[in-house]
Design a protein around this ligand. Structure first.
Ligand SMILES: Cc1cc2nc3c(=O)[nH]c(=O)nc-3n(C[C@H](O)[C@H](O)[C@H](O)COP(=O)(O)O)c2cc1C
Length: 457
């Protein structure tokens, strides 16, 4: 009860800050005026009051700190001190905490990766140079609000979306559930999206800004070969396309996405694997997938492209596929020269490791640690079926450099994560990259590409 009350109170205090529409001024990470605006707490228990008092104390201390040092330093401290911040975030509703995190990243209130990525983890894929292979998976920045802040944290690439043609609210809340003990999340967001027009406007506006911005992690690297600007500025930007829930013509939805957003993307993803949009996963069937990919490739290729050519097209698949399904997808991917596959989305299964958690019965897709083995197994199978000819992005349950390395050895050229980032915060990214470099060196690999598929040979 106490925890609930304090969470509600904290949410009210924070919502007041986040819901103020104009961006908050610089040098005001967390307001010193929060205590005045806090509602009365007399009806709360002693524990609740203590907790709330501690929170307000942190806010005041933060405010005082901000008044003496610059915003970036303060926020860097706040966000990299994940041990301190995570329990604070854990008090909040999962979706609200997520909104706060995106909001902070959008405002640049996040630590910027200061270290240059070790050359051993740099690589080139689709003619695009990645300073490191660790990306942020789709779903975190659904509306492309925080691309620059997220790239600045040290991700090698960021995938925005899934974006639907027409704005839609997604499923009713609550729709994100944290299975903390298991390092997992169940979500049934159902493609809450501001739609392709809003996202195009945002990416269009960032285009100039990001191009001029010399502070992004990838533009600061000493490796002059690293790409200094995707279509939308520094760093590699993926755009993940979805379909509207009520749309009856899935292909038309994806084609609209391609027409409106591909000009900003370094790569495009067709998401046919979310478990939260009825009928979507049927598009992974051999015939459906073939027809869909053909139409989307045609739409992309009939657009006017410069020297760099059109953005590569990838398909994101589910981890809940049979051997036959995987064979069909591999056949389509090879036949149509698909540029890549993302393996995988969330699972509708509930592995034994989560079955004792009461939240495991919530409907939706499971992500995080319990997904690691399942998605890595599918990745390995797909690497073997495609004979290593198609770049694969390994996603699902990565929470360490060793995990990222395992995905690479299982056939991934690039990797992505979401859930571990939601738990571990920005400090996790440099940690994963450093560990990954160590793993490669330990095993005598000179580059990521050398290690790709090492466990499948
Ligand atoms: C809250 C939440 C929302 C997500 N939304 C999307 C989405 O819109 N599109 C998509 O392709 N994947 C989405 N995903 C799936 C992730 O991109 C990723 O494939 C999956 O979570 C497995 O990676 P992880 O274990 O590192 O989280 C979402 C995941 C979560 C947890």
């Amino acid at each position: 009860m106490a925890a609930w009350s304090s969470r509600k109170l904290l949410k009210e205090v924070l919502l007041r800050r986040v819901s103020s529409n104009p961006p908050l001024p610089r040098f005001r990470c967390f307001s010193t005026s929060a205590p005045e605006s806090a509602p009365k707490i007399s009806h709360h228990s002693k524990k609740g009051r203590l907790l709330t008092g501690a929170t307000i104390g942190i806010v005041i201390a933060g405010g005082a700190y901000v008044s003496t040092v610059d915003e970036a330093t303060f926020c860097g401290w706040l966000f990299s001190a994940t041990k301190l911040v995570n329990p604070f975030f854990a008090l909040l509703d999962a979706e609200f905490a997520h909104t706060l995190a995106v909001s902070a990243a959008a405002r640049g209130w996040v630590p910027r990766e200061k270290r240059v990525d070790p050359p051993i983890i740099g690589l080139e894929v689709w003619g695009r140079k990645f300073s490191n292979p660790v990306g942020l998976a789709a779903g975190f920045d659904k509306n492309a609000e925080a691309v620059d802040g997220l790239l600045g944290m040290g991700f090698g690439f960021v995938e925005v979306g899934s974006v639907t043609p027409v704005p839609q609210d997604g499923n009713p809340k609550p729709r994100i559930f944290r299975l903390r003990q298991e390092g997992a999340i169940i979500n049934r967001c159902g493609f809450n999206s501001q739609g392709i027009v809003a996202v195009a406007k945002r990416l269009g506006a960032q285009h100039g800004k990001r191009k001029l911005d010399e502070t992004s992690s990838s533009s600061r690297t000493s490796n002059n070969d690293v790409k200094h600007g995707g279509k939308a500025g520094p760093g590699i930007l993926g755009v993940n396309l979805g379909k509207n829930k009520t749309s009856e013509d899935a292909a038309a939805d994806y084609v609209q996405g391609v027409h409106t957003l591909s000009q900003y993307a370094d790569y495009l993803v067709i998401n046919v694997s979310s478990p939260n949009t009825p009928g979507l996963r049927m598009l992974q069937g051999r015939k459906q997938l073939k027809d869909l990919v053909k139409k989307i490739q045609a739409a992309r290729d009939e657009m006017q492209w410069g020297d760099e050519g059109p953005p590569p097209l990838l398909v994101k698949i589910a981890p809940d596929l049979s051997k036959d399904d995987l064979e069909d997808i591999a056949a389509v991917a090879v036949a149509l020269n698909l540029d890549g596959l993302i393996i995988s989305n969330t699972t509708i299964s509930r592995p034994d490791t989560v079955s004792s958690n009461p939240l495991a019965s919530e409907a939706g897709g499971l992500s995080g640690k319990p997904l690691f083995d399942l998605s890595t197994n599918i990745l390995k199978q797909m690497y073997m079926l495609t004979r290593g000819k198609i770049p694969l992005i390994g996603c699902g349950g990565i929470s360490s450099g060793e995990d990222a390395y395992k995905k690479i050895r299982s056939g991934a050229t690039l990797v992505q994560l979401y859930t571990a980032f939601a738990y571990g915060g920005p400090a996790l990214i440099p940690q994963i990259k450093a560990e990954l470099a160590e793993c490669l060196e330990r095993d005598g690999f000179k580059s990521i590409l050398e290690a790709v598929g090492a466990d499948c040979r």
